[in-house]
Each structure stands twice: as C-alpha cells, then as structure tokens.
Design a protein around this ligand. Structure first.
Ligand SMILES: *Cc1c(COP(=O)(O)O)cnc(C)c1O
Length: 725
C-alpha cells in the first residue's frame, strides 16, 4: 500500500498504560464492553461527560487519575488482559474466513454506504441504515473478511434533538472536530495528505480522506471541508440527507465516483463492490469509465462492472428511494455521458423511471440494472421489492424478478448488555460469541436459572431509570426547562413497573400514534393501580418533515397530560447510546409499522436478544422471527387494501392483547419464589430464537456465501437475460 493513516501523538500517557492511545483509535473497544471499562474506571464521571469518547477522555483526564491507575495492581492486570485480547484480535493466527476460504484472502470486498452507525461519538449516521452498515463492518472484522468500507465524514454530523415544552422538535448542529474523533488522516508515502478530486458542473471538488479502524476493517471517510474548495463546496459533506436536490445529487456523486477514486488512489483493488442502498450507485459510472479508458466498449465494460456489483435495497416506501428529475441529471452529467460514449437519451435509459408526473433518474434502478447480485432485507420486503422493480425486467413475472432477500441482523457484541454477556459466558460456554449464529449454542439459555436472568433484567431496568433521571437533572440544571419537561423526561417512572419502549424514526408509516388511538383506553391501562404500565417514546423526525414533527408533538402532548400520571415519557435525542439503554432496559418492545412498509427493522432484534419481548406488527423481520411463544404479534399475517381499516384493526389488536395477555402475564408471579415464571420463559424463548437467527454473524455469512463468493471465486453465472441493458 502506498499510504499511511497516522495516529496523532497527542496524549501524554504514563508509559505503563500508553497502549490506551492505540486502543482509543480502534473502535474494537465499542463492542468489547469490558474494554470500555479501561477508560471509565480511570474517571467514571469524565467518561460520561465526554459521552464515551476515549479521545476527548484521554486528552482531558487529570494526571493524578492516570497515576492512580498505574499504581493500582488490579487495574494493571485488567489492562494487560484487555490489551492482550486486543493484540490477539488484531493479529489472529486464524480467522473464521481464513479457515473457511484460505485461497480467497486477497479478493477484496468494498462496501459503500451513505452512513455508518458505529458508536455515539462518531455522528455519521441517522438511523437504521447506518446502524446496519456499522454492524456489518464490525462483523466483517470479527469474521476476518477481506473488507474495506467507504462513506462520509460529516462536518456537522447528524443533528442533536431538543423538544420544546410544547413538543416541537428543534435541531441543533454541532461542528465536529476531527481532533476529537477516532479518525486519522490518510497521508501518502511522503507524509502529505492524500487527496482526490471529482468534477461537478464548472469546477473540481477536492476531497481528503480519513481512516476509521473498525477492528481489522478500515473505513475511509470522504471530506470536502478543505480550504481549496469554495464555501458552498466545503458544505457538501456537512450534513446527512439534505432535502436540497443539488446538494443531494452532488453528495451522491462524491460518494459513488469519489469513493472509487479514493480506493484506487490508496491502491485497493476490490473484486466485489457492494452498494448499500442506491446512494452510492454512481460508482457504476466511474467504473465503466475506467474500463472504457482502458479500451473496452461500453457494453463490455458494463457487463464487467455488473459482475462484480452487489446491491441491497432497503425500503419499499417510494419516498425512501432516491430519484432525480431529468433537468438535474442534465446539469450534472452532460459532461460525463460523452465519456461513456452515450447521448442524453441512452444515459437516462440507464436508470429511467416513469412515474405519474413524468420521468425520473432512479438511483436504485441504476444499481439494480448494474448489479449481478441484488437483495432485499426480509422475506416480505423481497416480495415487495420484486413487485416494485418488476418494470426493469419486462417479460418476467414478479416471481422471476432477480431480487432475493437476506433478512437483517444485529451485531451481538454491540447490542447485548454487558451483564447478559457475562451470564451467557457462564452458561453458553466461553466461546459462544464465536458461534453466535448457531442455534444449538443458544439452546443453553434454557439452563440459566430464572432468578439469575430476572436479576439481570431488574438491574437493566434500574440502570435505565437512573440514566433517565440523570439526563433530566442535567437538562433541568441548564435552566432552560419548564418543570413539565422533567416529568416528560421520565423522572416519575418506576423501575418495577411493566415498561414498554417505542423508539424509532418518526415517519408516518411507523404510526407512533397508534398506541394513542383511544387515549381513554390507554389511560386505563397505564393507571391500573394493581398492574400499572408505563411507556417510553424516543425518536427523531427528519428536520424538514413537518408531518414527522407533528407526530412527535402529538406523542409529547399525551406524555404531558396530568391524567397520564407521569407514566408516559419522551426521551430526547435518540441515538445509539439511548438505543442501548432502551433495548436492554425495557420489558416490551413495541413496533407498529403500517405493513408492508417496514423493510426489516432491527431495533426489535436488539431488544429480543436482550430478553425484551417484542410486541409488533407481522412486518419485516418479525414476520419471520415470531413463533407464537417469543413475544406477541399485532394484527394478522395479511395485507389490507384500506389503511384506515388496517389502523383500526391493529389498534384493537394492540389494546386487547395488552389488557388480556401482556399485562396480566407480567404481574403473574409464582408463589414458590415470587418470580414471573411465565414471563421469564418467554424471555428465554426470545433470546434463544432471536439470538442466532438475527445475529449479524448469520447475516454477513449469508451475504458472503450468496452474494460475494460467486464473484470472489470467479463463478458468477452469466445471466441469461439481464435487466434492460
Ligand atoms: C437500531 C437502531 C435503529 C433502527 O431501528 P428500527 O426502527 O428497528 O429500524 C435506528 N436508530 C438507532 C439509533 C438504532 O440504534
């Protein structure tokens, strides 16, 4: 390789523990919960104040604290043990991949995504898509896949959410300083910053590269915030998902075309190119252009490029699928189509999508047409995707549309509570994480004594309660809060009450207000004196989306009602940190999408493997995960023609089951030991079934075997009849 990513030498650490600097710059610590304690033990308060950011932490931690650690025999033993684990991880004798496919170690997979959700300190994600990318990269590292990833360094990250006392979402953007983040500049062999450039109309935009170490996997982030660029161009990589079309198409050009150039410049030669969602689909054009510059015709180049490409579609909601009007495409691509030997019409044909109001250039269509392997993210989503994109394969029936499905999963090390991990270490065997996709290993959950698993559950609920109160205290101290906001932030919640969590993006199809359909019936459920119930809401709306913000307001107004008795809460600023507290700390995880719009969903998988029982519509992953004993289904396994009928039926099913099943079961305790035996049985059933089936390990192995390997082995079958091109 012709580059380096240099860790700045910016901490003054005692020699004995100077390995903490290396550790801070590799996100391995984010999914090795014990390693986090290497930082937090030195100064727990500062660890919270810096929001679990080891770079800031190590820079600010007072010297006496560091000295105290180096004088503490227990700390040093713990330090030595953790660093040994880290070294073994980074220099393995063997990985799963190197044993399974020893001959394919040099066949590189490149993975492109608009967002990566790796940890709360690196705010380059908005929601589920980003968390999936982050989890995918972590698992690729764990399995030892030859894998490199590309995305953006967003100068302002995603926004911080505040809720006004009237329930209105306010967005605050904070400028991220790279010195504070676990990113290192990529420099060439002379030590100069490595740069690439991409043409936009009338100018060249320069991009610099940052490296993030995700265990063994490098992730490269493109950054346009450079003095060489105009102020407008510097802002191109400032924020995620702008609604401004010019900005959006420019960003996607930078990701697709710039991403390919960045990997080339560093000397990477991937054989598989995975587009995670359509945002990066312009990579197709850059790779065809490269091959044509080497003398291939467009047709041959297109076929070659297609063979190496993999595309994953993530939503059946039309608004979630990126499309650009043709005037915009002309503005940005008229200088490119001659390079591809195409005229305007032929170029637009690459991704033409005819809709009721005219013609659009569709990013998923571009990606689908130029990939050899294509997948949706759950079985039901596969059906929807084949319906949605059937027009790209005229002459085929819907079943014949070549889009398969691989259901999403989550990275167990990232999402499983530390206490549960230790409990599983004891009962599932020390090596269980290496076999997290093996149902036989998870069978052993049945051997965990009820009192032990219940004790962990109570601990996690208390931890969530304490955390909510502490957050509320800090906000109260800031002096900008009306007292009612402290109530809304959950200070009246009781850690021994049945607690339901609902946290996700506030998009209308997610129906956050379904639970509020019959408010009187809900209040009766909440305020039952013997068997009270409480509900915690959290989630962001896209900052330009009034409909989503109004849904938040509707929820917040219900939360503030005195009649709710403080048993409803809305927590501000849902992010990966809050997500961890919630998916580990509530009893029931509620999800109410309007089927079939939830392509997969993953938060319920995180909850389920923590023994939190899912109570969800049979959409996305839950349609496959639900077995009648590991949670509850809202509504039936069927589609509705009329959304109003659907909403009424689902609301009724929701209330009926809460009243008749879920609440009684939670409060029904055995006389012998006072534990809710039936509930605990369901918890174990949830962990046992959801753990293996929806682990990221199962998912990445499936991607490897079904989508990546055929190309890595050079066995991609020729498609008898490809999409229109
Ligand atoms: C897991 C996660 C999501 C995805 O959740 P779904 O609503 O199930 O798609 C979104 N945001 C954050 C912060 C998450 O951790």
């Amino acid at each position: 390789m012709n580059f380096r990513a240099q860790i700045p030498n910016s901490f003054s650490l005692p020699r004995r523990i100077h390995g903490l600097a290396n550790l801070a710059y590799n996100l391995w610590w984010t999914w090795n919960v014990d390693a986090q304690r290497l930082f937090s033990r030195i100064d727990p308060e500062l660890w919270e104040q810096t929001y679990h950011n080891p770079i800031k932490f190590l820079r600010q931690v007072p010297r006496p604290r560091l000295n105290a650690a180096t004088n503490n025999r227990y700390y040093l033993e713990f330090y030595d043990r953790m660093l040994r684990l880290f070294d073994q991880y980074m220099q393995p004798e063997q990985t799963w991949f190197s044993s399974a496919h020893p001959e394919l170690g040099d066949k590189l997979i490149a993975y492109f995504s608009m967002e990566f959700g790796l940890h709360e300190t690196l705010p380059i994600y908005a929601g589920g898509l980003g968390v999936l990318s982050g989890d995918h990269a972590k698992e690729a590292s764990d399995l030892g896949l030859p894998f490199v990833a590309a995305g953006f360094f967003y100068t302002e990250g995603y926004f911080t959410q505040y809720i006004s006392d009237d329930g209105w979402q306010e967005a605050e953007y904070n400028v991220q300083k790279f010195e504070d983040l676990p990113v290192t500049p990529v420099v060439d062999s002379d030590g100069m910053p490595m740069m690439i450039s991409v043409e936009l109309p009338g100018r060249e935009v320069k991009l610099r590269l940052w490296e993030v170490r995700v265990g063994r996997v490098p992730l490269y982030l493109l950054d346009a915030n450079l003095e060489q660029n105009s102020p407008q161009d510097r802002a191109l990589t400032a924020r995620l998902y702008s609604s401004d079309l010019d900005l959006r198409v420019s960003q996607e050009i930078l990701l697709g075309i710039g991403g390919v150039r960045a990997l080339r410049k560093m000397g990477y030669e991937p054989v598989v190119w995975h587009m995670n969602e359509g945002h990066s689909a312009f990579m197709v054009l850059e790779r065809i252009r490269e091959l044509m510059a080497d003398g291939m015709t467009f047709e041959v180049a297109a076929q070659t490029v297609r063979e190496g490409n993999v595309f994953t579609t993530h939503t059946p909601v039309p608004a979630g699928n990126d499309e650009f009007p043709l005037w915009l495409v002309e503005k940005y691509f008229s200088h490119i189509w001659p390079q591809l030997g195409l005229d305007r019409d032929k170029f637009i044909d690459l991704a033409r999508h005819t809709v009721s109001w005219g013609e659009m250039f569709s990013m998923p269509a571009l990606a689908l047409s130029f990939s050899a392997a294509r997948n949706a993210v759950s079985e039901l989503h596969g059906q929807e995707a084949r319906k949605m994109w059937a027009y790209l394969w005229p002459g085929r029936t819907e079943e014949e549309v070549p889009i398969t499905h691989i259901t999403n999963g989550v990275h167990v090390g990232t999402w499983l509570a530390r206490r549960l991990r230790h409990l599983f270490d004891r009962y599932l065997g020390a090596e269980w994480m290496e076999h997290a996709d093996d149902p036989d290993v998870w069978e052993l959950v049945n051997n965990i004594p009820d009192d032990q698993i219940w004790e962990v559950r109570l601990h996690l609920k208390r931890k969530l309660t304490v955390y909510m109160r502490e957050r509320a205290r800090q906000r109260w101290k800031s002096g900008s809060w009306h007292p009612i906001q402290a109530v809304a932030a959950g200070v009246l919640l009781n850690p021994y009450t049945l607690t339901i969590g609902f946290a996700r993006r506030f998009a209308p199809y997610k129906r956050a207000n379904l639970l509020l359909t019959d408010i009187d019936r809900l209040l009766k459920i909440l305020n039952n004196p013997e068997r009270p119930v409480q509900v915690i809401f959290a989630g962001k709306s896209h900052p330009d989306h009034e409909g989503g913000k109004m849904l938040i307001q509707e929820a917040y107004r219900a939360v503030k009602k005195p009649e709710s008795g403080g048993r409803l809460a809305f927590l501000e600023d849902y992010d990966m940190n809050l997500a961890r507290y919630l998916v580990q700390g509530v009893d029931v995880w509620l999800n109410t999408p309007r089927r079939p719009n939830e392509a997969s969903g993953t938060s319920g998988q995180k909850a389920g493997m923590n023994g939190v029982l899912n109570f969800s519509v049979l959409d996305g992953w839950w349609r496959e995960g639900y077995n009648g004993k590991n949670g509850w289904a809202i509504g039936e396994d069927l589609d509705y023609a009329d959304p109003e009928v659907q909403d009424m039926a689902d609301a009724k099913s929701l209330y009926d089951q809460l009243e008749n099943e879920i609440v009684p079961l939670f409060y029904q305790t055995r006389s012998s030991d006072g534990l809710p035996g039936e509930w605990i049985m369901r918890m174990k059933e949830s962990i046992r079934t959801i753990g293996p089936q929806f682990s990221m390990r199962r998912m990445v192995k499936e991607y490897l075997e079904r989508l990546y390997l055929p190309e890595m082995k050079g066995e991609r079958p020729e498609e008898s009849e490809s999409a229109r091109h």
